[in-house]
Design a protein around this ligand. Structure first.
Ligand code: FUB
Length: 325
Protein backbone atom coordinates (compact mmCIF):
# COMPACT_ATOMS: atom_id res chain seq x y z
CA UNK A 1 0.00 0.00 0.00
CA UNK A 2 2.78 2.41 0.97
CA UNK A 3 4.54 1.72 -2.31
CA UNK A 4 1.36 2.32 -4.24
CA UNK A 5 0.79 5.67 -2.50
CA UNK A 6 4.40 6.69 -2.97
CA UNK A 7 4.21 6.25 -6.70
CA UNK A 8 0.59 7.28 -7.24
CA UNK A 9 0.67 10.56 -5.28
CA UNK A 10 2.85 12.57 -7.67
CA UNK A 11 0.72 11.39 -10.57
CA UNK A 12 -2.54 12.38 -8.87
CA UNK A 13 -1.02 15.67 -7.69
CA UNK A 14 0.15 16.59 -11.15
CA UNK A 15 -3.33 16.12 -12.52
CA UNK A 16 -6.42 16.47 -10.35
CA UNK A 17 -5.22 18.06 -7.14
CA UNK A 18 -2.36 20.20 -8.33
CA UNK A 19 -3.23 23.12 -6.06
CA UNK A 20 -3.55 21.23 -2.82
CA UNK A 21 -0.97 18.44 -2.86
CA UNK A 22 2.05 20.31 -1.59
CA UNK A 23 2.84 23.18 0.69
CA UNK A 24 4.36 25.97 -1.34
CA UNK A 25 5.21 28.43 1.44
CA UNK A 26 7.90 29.59 1.65
CA UNK A 27 8.44 29.66 -2.11
CA UNK A 28 10.98 27.18 -3.36
CA UNK A 29 13.54 29.00 -5.47
CA UNK A 30 15.59 25.85 -5.90
CA UNK A 31 18.43 26.84 -3.58
CA UNK A 32 18.86 27.90 0.02
CA UNK A 33 19.32 31.56 -0.88
CA UNK A 34 17.72 33.79 1.77
CA UNK A 35 15.35 36.21 0.07
CA UNK A 36 13.20 39.05 1.38
CA UNK A 37 11.26 42.12 0.22
CA UNK A 38 9.58 40.58 -2.85
CA UNK A 39 8.46 42.98 -5.57
CA UNK A 40 6.16 41.14 -8.01
CA UNK A 41 5.56 42.16 -11.63
CA UNK A 42 4.01 40.57 -14.69
CA UNK A 43 5.78 41.47 -17.93
CA UNK A 44 4.93 41.13 -21.63
CA UNK A 45 6.16 37.54 -21.88
CA UNK A 46 3.30 36.43 -19.61
CA UNK A 47 5.55 35.36 -16.75
CA UNK A 48 5.55 36.69 -13.22
CA UNK A 49 8.85 38.10 -11.95
CA UNK A 50 9.88 38.50 -8.32
CA UNK A 51 12.64 41.00 -7.59
CA UNK A 52 14.00 40.37 -4.12
CA UNK A 53 16.65 41.53 -1.74
CA UNK A 54 19.13 38.94 -0.52
CA UNK A 55 19.95 38.29 3.13
CA UNK A 56 23.48 37.14 3.67
CA UNK A 57 23.78 34.21 6.06
CA UNK A 58 23.90 35.60 9.63
CA UNK A 59 24.40 39.15 8.35
CA UNK A 60 24.42 41.86 11.02
CA UNK A 61 22.04 44.78 10.83
CA UNK A 62 20.73 44.11 7.31
CA UNK A 63 24.07 44.42 5.59
CA UNK A 64 23.04 43.26 2.15
CA UNK A 65 24.98 43.29 -1.08
CA UNK A 66 22.86 42.33 -4.10
CA UNK A 67 19.38 41.82 -5.52
CA UNK A 68 17.98 38.76 -7.30
CA UNK A 69 15.15 37.95 -9.70
CA UNK A 70 13.08 34.79 -10.06
CA UNK A 71 10.36 34.07 -12.62
CA UNK A 72 7.54 31.57 -12.99
CA UNK A 73 4.45 30.83 -15.04
CA UNK A 74 2.62 28.84 -12.35
CA UNK A 75 3.94 30.30 -9.04
CA UNK A 76 5.27 26.91 -7.97
CA UNK A 77 8.19 26.28 -10.31
CA UNK A 78 10.61 29.20 -10.21
CA UNK A 79 13.57 29.98 -12.43
CA UNK A 80 16.44 31.61 -10.59
CA UNK A 81 17.94 34.24 -12.91
CA UNK A 82 20.64 35.11 -10.40
CA UNK A 83 21.66 38.59 -9.24
CA UNK A 84 20.36 41.53 -11.28
CA UNK A 85 22.56 44.14 -9.64
CA UNK A 86 25.11 44.33 -6.84
CA UNK A 87 26.44 47.21 -4.75
CA UNK A 88 29.82 46.33 -6.32
CA UNK A 89 28.40 47.76 -9.58
CA UNK A 90 27.35 51.04 -7.96
CA UNK A 91 29.85 53.87 -7.53
CA UNK A 92 27.99 55.67 -4.75
CA UNK A 93 27.13 52.83 -2.33
CA UNK A 94 28.74 49.74 -0.85
CA UNK A 95 26.00 48.26 1.31
CA UNK A 96 22.30 48.15 2.24
CA UNK A 97 20.92 46.51 -0.92
CA UNK A 98 17.42 46.73 0.56
CA UNK A 99 13.89 46.37 -0.81
CA UNK A 100 13.82 47.11 -4.57
CA UNK A 101 11.09 47.64 -7.16
CA UNK A 102 10.90 47.44 -10.95
CA UNK A 103 8.90 48.90 -13.83
CA UNK A 104 8.56 48.70 -17.62
CA UNK A 105 8.40 51.90 -19.67
CA UNK A 106 9.72 53.22 -22.99
CA UNK A 107 10.56 49.64 -24.07
CA UNK A 108 13.00 49.29 -21.14
CA UNK A 109 12.97 47.67 -17.74
CA UNK A 110 13.80 49.87 -14.76
CA UNK A 111 15.09 48.65 -11.44
CA UNK A 112 14.77 51.12 -8.59
CA UNK A 113 16.77 50.31 -5.50
CA UNK A 114 17.84 51.64 -2.11
CA UNK A 115 21.53 51.42 -1.27
CA UNK A 116 23.94 53.22 1.00
CA UNK A 117 27.10 53.32 3.01
CA UNK A 118 28.45 53.86 6.53
CA UNK A 119 27.16 52.14 9.64
CA UNK A 120 24.49 52.59 12.26
CA UNK A 121 25.75 52.88 15.83
CA UNK A 122 22.82 51.67 17.91
CA UNK A 123 24.55 52.37 21.23
CA UNK A 124 25.76 55.87 20.42
CA UNK A 125 23.51 57.03 17.58
CA UNK A 126 25.45 60.30 17.35
CA UNK A 127 28.34 58.23 15.95
CA UNK A 128 26.25 56.76 13.15
CA UNK A 129 27.51 57.38 9.65
CA UNK A 130 24.85 55.38 7.80
CA UNK A 131 23.26 57.00 4.78
CA UNK A 132 20.85 55.55 2.21
CA UNK A 133 19.54 56.87 -1.09
CA UNK A 134 17.57 55.64 -4.09
CA UNK A 135 19.14 54.66 -7.42
CA UNK A 136 17.65 53.64 -10.74
CA UNK A 137 19.13 51.18 -13.23
CA UNK A 138 18.05 50.14 -16.74
CA UNK A 139 18.06 46.98 -18.81
CA UNK A 140 16.62 45.68 -22.08
CA UNK A 141 15.72 42.48 -20.27
CA UNK A 142 13.56 41.86 -17.17
CA UNK A 143 16.34 39.67 -15.80
CA UNK A 144 19.06 42.26 -16.26
CA UNK A 145 21.86 42.82 -15.93
CA UNK A 146 20.73 46.29 -14.90
CA UNK A 147 23.06 49.26 -15.26
CA UNK A 148 23.09 52.42 -13.16
CA UNK A 149 23.01 54.88 -16.10
CA UNK A 150 23.26 58.07 -14.02
CA UNK A 151 26.07 56.96 -11.70
CA UNK A 152 24.57 58.66 -8.68
CA UNK A 153 21.45 58.42 -6.54
CA UNK A 154 18.30 60.21 -7.68
CA UNK A 155 18.88 62.56 -4.71
CA UNK A 156 21.12 62.79 -1.62
CA UNK A 157 18.49 64.17 0.72
CA UNK A 158 16.17 62.96 2.12
CA UNK A 159 17.74 59.80 3.52
CA UNK A 160 15.46 57.19 1.95
CA UNK A 161 14.81 53.52 1.29
CA UNK A 162 12.02 51.13 0.21
CA UNK A 163 11.10 52.74 -3.13
CA UNK A 164 7.84 51.81 -4.90
CA UNK A 165 7.59 52.79 -8.56
CA UNK A 166 4.11 52.98 -10.05
CA UNK A 167 3.48 53.62 -13.76
CA UNK A 168 -0.05 54.85 -14.40
CA UNK A 169 -2.08 54.01 -17.52
CA UNK A 170 -1.03 57.35 -19.07
CA UNK A 171 2.67 56.43 -18.71
CA UNK A 172 3.40 58.82 -15.81
CA UNK A 173 5.85 57.36 -13.28
CA UNK A 174 5.33 57.99 -9.56
CA UNK A 175 7.87 57.18 -6.88
CA UNK A 176 6.94 56.56 -3.24
CA UNK A 177 9.47 55.87 -0.50
CA UNK A 178 10.07 55.40 3.17
CA UNK A 179 12.21 58.47 3.90
CA UNK A 180 13.21 60.84 6.65
CA UNK A 181 10.32 63.29 7.04
CA UNK A 182 9.05 62.13 3.63
CA UNK A 183 6.83 59.15 4.42
CA UNK A 184 3.50 59.57 2.63
CA UNK A 185 5.16 61.74 -0.02
CA UNK A 186 5.26 61.17 -3.77
CA UNK A 187 7.49 62.50 -6.54
CA UNK A 188 7.23 62.08 -10.32
CA UNK A 189 10.03 60.74 -12.47
CA UNK A 190 11.07 62.44 -15.71
CA UNK A 191 9.98 60.70 -18.90
CA UNK A 192 13.47 59.20 -19.47
CA UNK A 193 13.33 57.80 -15.91
CA UNK A 194 16.79 59.16 -15.09
CA UNK A 195 15.82 61.99 -12.77
CA UNK A 196 12.98 63.22 -10.62
CA UNK A 197 10.65 65.91 -11.86
CA UNK A 198 9.29 68.71 -9.69
CA UNK A 199 9.41 68.31 -5.97
CA UNK A 200 8.08 66.06 -3.26
CA UNK A 201 4.36 66.29 -2.63
CA UNK A 202 2.94 65.37 0.74
CA UNK A 203 -0.15 63.25 0.17
CA UNK A 204 -3.41 63.64 2.06
CA UNK A 205 -3.74 60.35 4.00
CA UNK A 206 -7.09 61.23 5.56
CA UNK A 207 -5.50 62.10 8.90
CA UNK A 208 -3.98 58.69 9.65
CA UNK A 209 -0.17 58.49 9.27
CA UNK A 210 1.33 55.78 11.45
CA UNK A 211 5.00 54.78 11.39
CA UNK A 212 5.56 52.84 8.18
CA UNK A 213 8.01 51.40 5.69
CA UNK A 214 7.85 49.60 2.34
CA UNK A 215 4.96 51.31 0.50
CA UNK A 216 3.40 49.57 -2.53
CA UNK A 217 1.02 51.22 -5.02
CA UNK A 218 -1.20 49.50 -7.59
CA UNK A 219 -4.38 50.14 -9.55
CA UNK A 220 -7.43 47.91 -9.94
CA UNK A 221 -10.30 49.24 -12.07
CA UNK A 222 -10.51 52.93 -11.23
CA UNK A 223 -9.24 52.45 -7.66
CA UNK A 224 -5.66 53.14 -6.57
CA UNK A 225 -4.26 51.30 -3.55
CA UNK A 226 -1.46 52.41 -1.23
CA UNK A 227 -0.41 49.47 0.95
CA UNK A 228 2.35 49.26 3.56
CA UNK A 229 3.61 47.53 6.68
CA UNK A 230 2.13 49.78 9.35
CA UNK A 231 4.56 50.09 12.26
CA UNK A 232 6.79 48.01 9.94
CA UNK A 233 4.77 44.92 10.93
CA UNK A 234 1.06 44.87 9.98
CA UNK A 235 0.05 45.15 6.32
CA UNK A 236 -2.60 47.84 5.95
CA UNK A 237 -3.98 49.89 3.08
CA UNK A 238 -5.60 53.05 1.76
CA UNK A 239 -7.69 53.64 -1.36
CA UNK A 240 -7.94 56.67 -3.65
CA UNK A 241 -9.10 57.78 -7.09
CA UNK A 242 -5.70 59.20 -8.05
CA UNK A 243 -2.08 58.02 -7.52
CA UNK A 244 -1.46 61.11 -5.37
CA UNK A 245 -4.53 60.69 -3.18
CA UNK A 246 -6.42 61.96 -1.26
CA UNK A 247 -6.22 58.53 0.39
CA UNK A 248 -8.71 56.90 2.71
CA UNK A 249 -7.49 54.40 5.28
CA UNK A 250 -9.21 51.01 4.88
CA UNK A 251 -7.60 48.72 7.46
CA UNK A 252 -5.60 45.53 7.83
CA UNK A 253 -4.63 43.13 5.03
CA UNK A 254 -2.35 40.86 7.07
CA UNK A 255 -1.69 40.80 10.82
CA UNK A 256 1.73 40.91 12.45
CA UNK A 257 3.81 37.77 12.96
CA UNK A 258 6.69 38.00 15.47
CA UNK A 259 8.40 41.31 16.24
CA UNK A 260 9.56 41.49 12.68
CA UNK A 261 9.17 43.37 9.43
CA UNK A 262 6.88 42.18 6.64
CA UNK A 263 7.72 43.77 3.30
CA UNK A 264 5.22 42.89 0.56
CA UNK A 265 3.81 43.46 -2.92
CA UNK A 266 0.44 42.81 -4.58
CA UNK A 267 -0.09 41.87 -8.22
CA UNK A 268 -2.67 40.41 -10.59
CA UNK A 269 -1.60 37.37 -12.58
CA UNK A 270 -3.86 35.65 -15.11
CA UNK A 271 -6.99 37.16 -13.55
CA UNK A 272 -6.13 36.31 -9.93
CA UNK A 273 -4.61 38.65 -7.33
CA UNK A 274 -1.71 37.58 -5.12
CA UNK A 275 0.08 38.89 -2.07
CA UNK A 276 3.83 38.30 -1.84
CA UNK A 277 5.58 38.92 1.48
CA UNK A 278 8.42 37.62 3.56
CA UNK A 279 8.17 35.52 6.64
CA UNK A 280 10.64 35.03 9.49
CA UNK A 281 11.01 31.27 9.85
CA UNK A 282 13.21 29.28 12.18
CA UNK A 283 16.10 28.07 10.06
CA UNK A 284 18.37 25.96 12.31
CA UNK A 285 20.60 24.92 9.41
CA UNK A 286 21.76 28.51 9.04
CA UNK A 287 23.68 28.13 12.31
CA UNK A 288 23.15 31.77 13.28
CA UNK A 289 23.32 32.09 17.04
CA UNK A 290 22.01 35.66 17.22
CA UNK A 291 19.11 35.23 14.79
CA UNK A 292 17.40 31.85 14.65
CA UNK A 293 14.70 33.07 12.28
CA UNK A 294 15.68 33.91 8.72
CA UNK A 295 13.59 35.67 6.08
CA UNK A 296 11.90 33.64 3.33
CA UNK A 297 9.55 34.82 0.58
CA UNK A 298 5.98 33.49 0.66
CA UNK A 299 2.75 34.13 -1.26
CA UNK A 300 -1.00 33.95 -0.72
CA UNK A 301 -4.19 34.39 -2.74
CA UNK A 302 -5.75 37.83 -2.26
CA UNK A 303 -9.42 38.65 -2.82
CA UNK A 304 -11.41 41.88 -3.14
CA UNK A 305 -14.93 42.66 -2.01
CA UNK A 306 -17.48 44.07 -4.46
CA UNK A 307 -16.78 47.62 -3.23
CA UNK A 308 -13.05 47.24 -3.98
CA UNK A 309 -11.93 46.75 -0.39
CA UNK A 310 -9.43 43.96 0.29
CA UNK A 311 -10.30 40.82 2.25
CA UNK A 312 -7.97 39.98 5.10
CA UNK A 313 -5.27 37.44 4.22
CA UNK A 314 -4.06 34.66 6.55
CA UNK A 315 -0.53 33.29 6.39
CA UNK A 316 -0.65 29.68 5.21
CA UNK A 317 1.77 26.85 4.68
CA UNK A 318 -0.03 25.68 1.56
CA UNK A 319 0.34 29.10 -0.07
CA UNK A 320 -0.68 29.18 -3.70
CA UNK A 321 0.35 25.71 -4.81
CA UNK A 322 0.66 25.28 -8.57
CA UNK A 323 -1.50 28.03 -10.08
CA UNK A 324 -3.37 26.96 -13.19
CA UNK A 325 -6.24 29.41 -13.88
O1 FUB B 1 15.45 44.16 3.78
C1 FUB B 1 15.87 45.32 4.44
C2 FUB B 1 14.71 46.12 4.96
O2 FUB B 1 13.93 45.35 5.86
C3 FUB B 1 13.71 46.53 3.91
O3 FUB B 1 14.11 47.57 3.09
C4 FUB B 1 12.54 46.83 4.79
O4 FUB B 1 11.34 46.99 4.07
C5 FUB B 1 12.54 45.63 5.68
O5 FUB B 1 11.94 44.53 5.07
Amino acid sequence: MYKLLKFATPLICSTLLANTCFASNPLDFGSNIRTADPSAHVWQDGRIYLYTSHDEECQPDFWMKDWHVFSSDNLADWTDHGPVLSVNDISWADNYAWAPDAAYKNGKYYFVFPAGTGHKDRVNPENSTKWMGIGIAESDSPTGPFKDMIGEPLWRQPYANDPALFIDDNGKAYLYVHAKNHDYHVIELADDMRSVKGSWEKMDMGGYEPKMEGPWVFKRGDNYYYTMPENNRVLTYYMAKSPKGPWQYKGVIMEQEHEANNHHSIVEYKGQWFLFYHRWIETPESGCSHRKRQRHVAAEYLYFNADGTIQKVERTKTGIGRFTP
